[in-house]
Design a binder for this molecule. Structure first.
Ligand code: FMN
Length: 275
């Protein structure tokens, strides 16, 4: 009887161990992760945003689609701004052509636009009205004269239906020659590309500007068509080939913060005005 009991216990153990192994095997067999399908969608009136869009497309090897107007905005700044302002006053919607790609087929949408009147250009407003971003990651990017991406993100949050909006990228039109390196760093930082990320120190504390720093500020703003004000305080940090400054500036329209890059042997340039 005792022997029979021992045999039964041994048989039970064998079955239990066998089952455990089977369960473990199923748990470890992982499905390979499917790569996200990425689409770059952009509007560009004078090809600056197009340059950024094509750079992202090139670096990620993804699809791209341009938002085109039924009646394209043509001409210089004055002509475009005049027509756009009139349409705004009349409450007109900018008509756009159907997009060459279907947003629903993608997981991640990079959405690019020039800043018009502090927000995304009107053809992008129409695109947003027509699109549902349910289940999609939306990566905004823009080009601008002085302001940055941040002035457009509140409107984007309100109007990009169901989108999961993540960190974006912006570059001044005057600095478009720097797009390749900047886009690469942005894509690495946000996990879309592998590579090494330049580590930047924090800005030093704000202190009163010296004459030399004032000179750097004035040189950085000298090519810009509108007055940007007078710097009162500044912080600085070392970057790869020089120094980056963060000026606090007083102007007619109130205080702003202006980022300036001064690379060795090059004319200083402002990169963004935060109003
Ligand atoms: C109608 C219009 C309004 C603009 N408004 C702003 C603005 O509010 N802030 C800014 O920084 N730049 C503004 N700009 C400058 C554009 O954002 C900038 O030139 C942009 O790089 C143009 O991009 P694109 O070549 O892709 O059209 C404006 C340009 C136009 C034509």
């Amino acid at each position: 009887m005792k022997r029979l009991l021992l045999l039964l216990i041994a048989a039970f153990c064998l079955v239990a161990c066998g089952n455990g192994q089977k369960a473990n095997n199923t748990q470890t067999a992982e499905e390979p992760k499917k790569a996200d399908k990425i689409l770059v969608v952009y509007y560009s009136q004078s090809n600056t945003t197009k340059t950024v869009a094509q750079e992202i497309q090139k670096q990620l090897g993804c699809d791209i689609a341009e938002i085109e107007c039924v009646e394209p905005y043509t001409g210089e700044f004055g002509a475009v701004a005049g027509r756009w302002q009139k349409e705004q006053q009349e409450g007109k919607t900018t008509e756009i052509k159907p997009l060459s790609k279907n947003v629903a087929d993608y997981d991640v949408i990079f959405l690019g636009y020039p800043i018009w009147g502090g927000t995304y250009a009107s053809p992008v407003a129409t695109f947003l009205k027509n699109t549902d971003f349910q289940g999609k990651k939306l990566v905004p990017f823009c080009t601008f004269g002085s302001g940055g991406l941040n002035t457009s993100t509140d409107a984007l949050k309100k109007n990009a239906k169901n989108a999961n909006i993540v960190e974006g990228y912006g570059i001044r039109q005057a600095r478009i020659s720097k797009v390749s390196g900047e886009v690469e760093q942005f894509l690495i930082k946000c996990g879309f590309k592998k590579g090494s990320l330049e580590q930047l120190p924090e800005f030093s504390e704000q202190k009163a500007v010296t004459d030399q720093e004032k000179d750097i500020f004035n040189k950085a703003c000298s090519n810009y068509q509108f007055p940007l004000g007078t710097p009162s305080t500044v912080g600085a940090r070392k970057i790869k080939n020089g120094t980056e400054y963060l000026f606090t500036v007083d102007s007619q329209n109130g205080k702003s913060q202006i980022y300036v890059i001064a690379e060795d042997g090059a004319q200083p340039e402002f990169t963004q005005v935060v109003r």
